[in-house]
Design a protein around this ligand. Sequence first.
Ligand SMILES: NC(=O)c1ccc[n+]([C@@H]2O[C@H](COP(=O)([O-])OP(=O)(O)OC[C@H]3O[C@@H](n4cnc5c(N)ncnc54)[C@H](O)[C@@H]3O)[C@@H](O)[C@H]2O)c1
Length: 413
Amino acid sequence: MRLGFIGTGRVGLVLALCMERHGGHQVCGYDVSDRPRQILAGETPPPAEEGIAELLDGSRIGMLPSVADVVARSDLVMVCVQTPHPGGWTGSTPMEAPSDFDYSYLIQAVSAVGKAAAEQDKPITLVVVSTVLPGTCERELLPLCPPQVRLVYAPSLISLGTVARDFLEPEVVIVGCRDAADAQPYLQALPLPMWPLDRTCAMDFASAELAKMSYNLFTVAKQAVGATIARLADQCGADADKVAAVLSCGTRRLLSPMYLRAGMPAAGPCHPRDVSALAWLGEQAGGTAALPLCLAMDREDHARWLAGIVRREHERTGLPVLPLGAAYKPGTRITAGSAAMLVWQYAQDLADLVFDPMGALPEGLGPQIFFIGCAEPEFATYEWPPGSVVIDPFGYIPSREGVTLITPGRRRP
Ligand SMILES: NC(=O)c1ccc[n+]([C@@H]2O[C@H](COP(=O)([O-])OP(=O)(O)OC[C@H]3O[C@@H](n4cnc5c(N)ncnc54)[C@H](O)[C@@H]3O)[C@@H](O)[C@H]2O)c1
């Protein structure tokens, strides 16, 4: 395949070299800086990247004078320009106010590709690799794409220093697109012949954008747990490595898909109390271990958010509210630490009864707003009174005609 790269900096150049060497593609590029051409010509040392000398050896990547030239010589164009923080903040100085990325380089590059494809009437697949926040592809980039351009968002989960290895041996391939067919040329171009299909995830733009950001959020959260352990260990004379070794054994629950599926806030007789006690311990050290307090506050925020959805539906429909499920987890009937009960603390005025099921719904019930606070399996088979609203934070209740199903944070077909 003929591939073009717009933006051949720290990420783009290595991806271009990998696509050439391991994908067997004919690759060209354009960069506003002359540095990539100098690196390819051996006039300037390459960035400190594992394996880059071998990739550069014998490379025939041609740097072209314009985006239009790249579009003319490519079937698939990958855009890897920078999306920095405004002011150039990278994290090596104290954080300023949180902000969105600066998309001006990306907008310029995508609009130049779109313009060239329209002028040349050239059908191409345009793959954006640059990191963006959810909503950016739809809001900023799709309007720049003429009918000749099929937009794909393909963030790479690479880290500087090992870009080639991370790209060639990915844990997961994230692809955002409007239509799965749009992503096919990119997936076919990837040098991943042995890649298991269940780890190649094609989805809508917003989900792909959020997946990339969430991967990094998860990484930072995990590091924050390690760092918090160190601060608390320092405070109480424990050994952080011994504690980390214990957590590393948790491959069934901690280091697994468990607890990752969106639903209710954390629950149980132990989890909320332990986090609260750790928040207290952190405060004893002069507030140096803030993570437990943040987690405890986030749990309350989540409960308030869900209560707000119930309130919104009650105000919209005027229907009575019936919360379903009081236990902290299905099949237990234990309500200590129940997230369902916590949600009702924030919506007490809407319902004075939580229906904790032993069987079917009571007979003769009129339309209601049902809020599923605990994912009891029997709820999935309930015959909801027609006209009801069912709010399901877990995403397991099947749709039924005549019933409005609300699944916060999930798209329903
Ligand atoms: N650095 C990382 O670890 C990493 C990891 C994953 C994703 N990303 C994302 O990848 C993207 C690229 O990052 P990077 O570190 O390679 O940035 P970089 O600054 O090293 O490279 C960007 C390149 O794009 C060029 N460029 C800018 N505007 C252009 C235009 N209009 N036309 C042609 N070339 C243009 C620049 O001259 C530069 O060479 C960013 O969105 C970044 O967030 C970076």
